[in-house]
Ligand binder design. Structure first.
Ligand SMILES: Cc1cc2nc3c(=O)[nH]c(=O)nc-3n(C[C@H](O)[C@H](O)[C@H](O)COP(=O)(O)OP(=O)(O)OC[C@H]3O[C@@H](n4cnc5c(N)ncnc54)[C@H](O)[C@@H]3O)c2cc1C
Length: 464
C-alpha cells in the first residue's frame, strides 16, 4: 500500500461502508476502506442477497407444485438442497466481486484486515502481513452487527443454527424450531417450511412480525398456518436440551412449560452491534447497549468520527446503512444533506406471502395523536392478482384526516416488496391523498391496489 494518509477511512465494507466510500470518492476524496472479512458485508455475503436467492428457489418449488392450476404438467417435483445452496452462494459471490470492481473503478484503497482506532483520525490495521497505520481527517465506523445469542440457546452449527448456518445448512431440517418471528426468523421459517420441514415458530410478543401493523401480522399468521407452520405467540424458549438426535425445547407459554422435540433450531432473536476492539471507549464514544450513539447526522460526538448502518442502531436494514453512508460522505464534503428519517424507510420481508411497510402503523398513528383515515383493499379485488393466481393479500393505507398526509402503508401479498417503493416516493415528496387519487395507475397491475386502498380511505373505492 503506497499512501497511508487519506481524506477518509471507512471501517467495514458492508452496504454502509462501501457505498459511503464510493460517494466520498465521487466527491473527490482520497478514500481507504478497511475490511476484516469480505467486501459486501453481511448483506451481500450472509444477509439480504443469499437469503433472497434461497427464497427464490422455494418460490419456484411452490409454483411447480401448483403447475396443474395453470394447466401445466410437472411430475416428480423434488429439490436438491446442496444445489439450492450452491446457487445462493454463487449469487452472493457474483455481487461481492462486483463490489471489488467498484472499489477499483472509484480508485478506493482497500485494506484487508481488522481495524482499530488508536487516536483521533488514526487507525491501526492488523493485516496478514503485520500491522499498518493509516491516518485521515475523517473516519466512518461501519462495522455492522452479528446474531445475538441468548444464554442456553447458543448456536453450535449442528443442531442449533444462526442465520449463517441456516444459509449453509449441514442437513435439511425435518422438524424445525425457529425462535423469533422478526424478518430473519420468518424468512428462514418460510424457506424451510416450503421445502417440507415441519416448522414451528416461537414468538415472545403477542403476534408474528411484531413490528408490522396488527392487521398485517394477523393476515400473515393465518397464511403461515394455512401453509402448515405452527405459530406459538406470547411464548418463550427457556432451555434447549441437546441430545444425540434431537433437541428438546422447554417453551414457556400461558404460565406453563411445554416440552417439544426438534432436530434443528434456528435462533433469530435479534442482532448485536460490532462495537468491540475498535478503541471506542478510549476515544470516549458513547455506546448504548451494543450500538454507537449518534445524532441525526451520524456524528458520534468525537470530531471527525461518524457511525452508520447496523452499528448505529435500528432500523437494521441495508438501504438505511447505504443512505446514511451517502449522507455522511456529503456532510464531510461540506454539502448540506438531509438527515435520514427512520419513518420513511421501508421494511420488507421476503417470506411467502411477502410483507412490506413504510411509516406508522394504525396503532402508532393513534398513539401519536393523529386523527386518521384508513383504507384497505384485498388482492381478490384486483384483476392482475387473479390472473397471476395470487388472490391472497391486502394493502392498507393510513392518512392524517386533517392534512391528507400519507402516514403509513402496509402490504402483504405477491410482489409487495417491489410495490412499497411507490408509497415511499409519495412520502418523500410529501404527497397527500389528493395527489395519490389523481395519479393514473396502469392496468392491469398489482399497483392498482395501491390506488384503491387510498380511494377506500376516502369512501371512493371502485372495485369492492
Ligand atoms: C439473514 C439476514 C437477512 C437480511 N435481509 C435483509 C434484507 O432483505 N434487506 C435489508 O435491508 N437488510 C437485510 N438484512 C440486514 C442487512 O444485512 C444489514 O442491515 C446490513 O448488512 C448492514 O450494513 P452495514 O454496512 O451496517 O454492516 P455489515 O453489512 O454488517 O458490514 C460490516 C462489515 O464490517 C466489517 N468489520 C467489522 N468489524 C471490523 C473491523 N474491526 N475492521 C474491519 N472490518 C470490520 C465486517 O466484516 C463486515 O463486512 C439481513 C440480515 C441478515 C442477517
Amino acid at each position: 500500500m503506497a499512501a497511508k494518509s487519506f481524506d477518509l477511512i471507512v471501517i467495514g465494507a458492508g452496504p454502509g461502508g462501501y457505498v459511503a466510500a464510493i460517494r466520498a470518492a465521487q466527491l473527490g476524496m482520497a478514500v481507504a476502506v478497511v475490511e476484516r472479512e469480505h467486501l459486501g458485508g453481511i448483506c451481500l455475503n450472509w444477509g439480504c442477497i443469499p437469503t433472497k436467492a434461497l427464497l427464490r428457489s422455494a418460490e419456484v418449488f411452490h409454483l411447480m407444485h401448483r403447475a396443474k392450476e395453470f394447466g401445466l404438467k410437472a411430475d416428480g417435483i423434488d429439490f436438491d438442497l446442496d444445489a439450492v445452496v450452491k446457487r445462493s452462494r454463487k449469487v452472493a459471490k457474483q455481487l461481492t466481486s462486483g463490489v471489488g470492481g467498484l472499489m477499483k473503478k472509484n480508485k478506493i484503497t482497500v485494506v484487508m484486515g481488522a481495524a482499530k482506532l488508536i487516536g483521533k483520525g488514526k487507525v491501526s490495521v492488523k493485516t496478514e502481513a503485520g500491522t499498518d497505520e493509516l491516518t485521515a481527517k475523517n473516519v466512518i465506523l461501519a462495522t455492522g452487527a452479528r446474531a445475538r445469542e441468548l444464554p442456553g440457546l447458543e448456536a453450535d452449527g449442528k443442531q442449533v443454527w444462526t442465520y449463517k448456518h441456516a444459509l449453509q445448512p449441514p442437513h435439511m431440517p425435518k422438524k424445525l424450531l425457529v425462535i423469533g418471528s422478526g424478518a430473519i426468523g420468518i424468512e428462514f421459517a418460510s424457506f424451510y417450511n416450503t421445502l417440507g420441514a415441519d416448522t414451528t415458530v416461537v414468538e415472545v410478543m403477542d403476534r408474528v412480525l411484531p413490528v408490522e401493523d396488527a392487521d398485517i401480522s394477523a393476515f400473515a399468521n393465518k397464511a403461515f398456518e394455512k401453509q402448515g407452520m405452527k405459530i406459538m405467540q406470547k411464548a418463550m424458549v427457556k432451555q434447549l436440551d441437546r441430545g444425540k438426535d434431537k433437541v428438546t425445547a422447554h417453551i414457556e407459554v400461558g404460565g406453563k412449560i411445554e416440552k417439544h422435540d426438534f432436530d434443528t433450531v434456528i435462533s433469530a432473536v435479534g442482532i448485536v452491534g460490532n462495537v468491540e476492539d475498535l478503541g471506542l471507549e478510549e476515544l470516549g464514544v458513547k455506546i448504548d447497549r451494543t450500538h454507537v450513539v449518534t445524532d441525526a447526522y451520524c456524528r458520534t460526538g468525537v470530531d471527525g468520527l461518524y457511525a452508520i448502518g447496523d452499528i448505529a442502531g435500528a432500523p437494521w436494514l441495508a438501504h438505511k446503512a447505504s443512505h446514511e453512508g451517502v449522507m455522511v460522505a456529503e456532510l464531510i464534503a461540506g454539502k448540506h444533506p438531509h438527515p435520514v428519517k427512520p419513518e420513511s424507510i421501508a421494511g420488507c420481508t421476503y417470506c411467502h406471502p411477502q410483507v412490506a411497510s413504510v411509516g406508522y402503523s394504525e396503532a402508532k398513528a393513534k398513539e401519536l395523536g393523529y386523527e386518521i383515515k384508513v383504507g384497505k383493499f384485498p388482492f381478490i379485488g384486483n384483476g392482475k392478482a387473479i390472473a397471476l393466481g395470487e388472490e391472497s393479500g391486502m394493502i392498507k393505507t393510513i392518512f392524517d384526516a386533517k392534512t391528507g398526509e400519507l402516514l403509513g402503508a402496509h402490504m402483504i401479498g405477491a410482489e409487495v416488496t417491489e410495490l412499497i417503493q411507490g408509497y415511499v416516493v409519495g412520502r418523500q415528496l410529501e404527497t397527500t391523498e389528493e395527489d395519490l387519487m389523481n395519479t393514473v395507475f396502469p392496468h392491469p397491475t398489482l399497483s392498482e391496489m395501491m390506488h384503491e386502498s387510498v380511494l377506500d380511505a376516502y369512501g371512493r373505492v371502485i372495485h369492492m
